[in-house]
Design a protein around this ligand. Structure first.
Ligand code: TXA
Ligand code: MG
Length: 347
């Protein structure tokens, strides 16, 4: 299949927009930017189109998809038993990086919800996808636009790497601002529960839902996650990953030891700007500086792309400086745990 690339970095072209909506109407697949990561979109009410998303990504069929909407009123056709008081709260957080799980209505195809009784809905904060949803006049089902198990794509090059030749079109909307996926919040049961941590942290969401809880699996290794996607291998580059958490001095000393130990391997290092002095003139194949450890937003933004760049440089093993599992650090560590297959150590 020839994949057409549309450049919407500077302007959203009207003719191209019509073509893209045409592709989606006829059941095609289009990779579309959002503020979190790129999504692999299809008409969310077309069963065949939705099934093709799973084929293009090699995604297990039991992992349900998020339906993206552009107007909060679209919730009512897609769900049942939504509480007005929840809607008023969600209105303050949308458009944005929050996915909400509701009881589903009968129009949701089994392919979207993986036969669960619930459906995931999100209103993304991105003009390109919002305009497409408006014109299509249907929700867009979209998982992240990576091959299953790979890091989510945060720029068009990453999407092209995984999806060129597998889908009808890719829209270049520039780099995603946030860089990790939305927070998944389950409101289908009595107690509001975070199933996947993201940009909206427990601390932020607690202001809206004071009795909010974290899914047990986010705290205990042994618990089964309620979000099917959380049980799969995820976000992993070809290189192996080792995550080290510790104070500046301990961390730096341990890395210097490891660099000796791994002297026969091509090593990649991901550290904070403060660590520059220690590692700058060491003989390290590839170093990424992740900004300040007092503001993790840059780390989140470049995390997945850095993994991909390390693969492009044939790095065999990546050492990443981990962070404390609190606030936004919890969301970042959730991605690092999966990417490293839990290879995390305190030094
Ligand atoms: O930021 C995002 O959420 C991106 C952009 C494209 O919107 N999308 C994304 O989709 O990350 P995906 O498919 O990679 O992750 C969706 C997560 C999976 O862990 C899935 O299991 C969970 O949401 N999910 C979807 N429907 C669910 C449901 N009904 N109940 C529980 N979890 C659900
Ligand atoms: Mg994904």
């Amino acid at each position: 299949m020839k994949t057409k690339i549309y450049d919407f970095k500077n302007t959203i072209k009207n003719n191209s927009l019509n073509e893209i909506v045409g592709i989606l109407k006829s059941g095609g697949l289009v990779a579309i930017p959002t503020e979190t990561v790129y999504g692999l979109g299809a008409n969310g009410l077309n069963k065949t189109a939705v099934s093709n998303i799973f084929k293009a990504k090699n995604r297990p069929m039991d992992n349900p998809l998020i339906l993206h909407i552009s107007n909060i009123d679209q919730i009512y056709d897609l769900t049942t038993d939504v509480k007005n008081e929840d809607i008023r709260k969600i209105e303050k957080l949308w458009p944005g990086p929050l996915t909400v799980i509701f009881n589903k209505s009968e129009i949701i195809p089994d392919e979207v919800s993986a036969k669960l009784d619930t459906v995931a809905i999100r209103m993304p904060n991105n003009e390109i996808i919002s305009k497409i949803i408006d014109r299509l006049d249907k929700p867009i089902a979209a998982p992240s636009a990576n091959l299953s198990t790979k890091p989510s794509p945060t720029n068009v090059d990453a999407v092209i790497e995984d999806m060129d030749g597998r889908i009808d079109a890719i829209i270049d909307g520039g780099d995603c601002n946030i860089g990790i996926e939305s927070t998944v919040l389950d409101l289908s049961e009595d107690i509001p529960r975070i199933l996947r941590p993201g940009f909206y942290t427990k601390e932020i969401l607690e202001k809206y839902w004071p009795n909010i809880e974290m899914d047990l699996s986010l705290k205990e290794k042994s618990a089964t996650p309620k979000s099917p996607g959380q049980k799969y291998k995820h976000y992993a580059p070809n290189a192996t990953i080792e995550v080290l958490i510790g104070d500046d001095e301990d961390f730096r000393k341990e890395v210097l030891n490891l660099l000796d130990e791994y002297s026969d391997k091509k090593i990649g290092l991901m550290v904070f700007d403060d660590d520059k002095e220690t590692f700058n003139n060491k003989n390290i194949e590839s170093i990424v500086y992740m900004g300040s450890k007092d503001d993790l937003s840059y780390m989140a933004k470049i995390l997945f792309d850095s993994f991909r760049k390390m693969d492009d440089n044939n790095i065999e093993h990546i050492i990443v400086r981990g962070v404390e599992e609190e606030d936004f650090g919890l969301s970042i560590m959730n991605r690092l745990k999966k990417a490293s297959s839990q290879n995390i150590r305190r030094v």
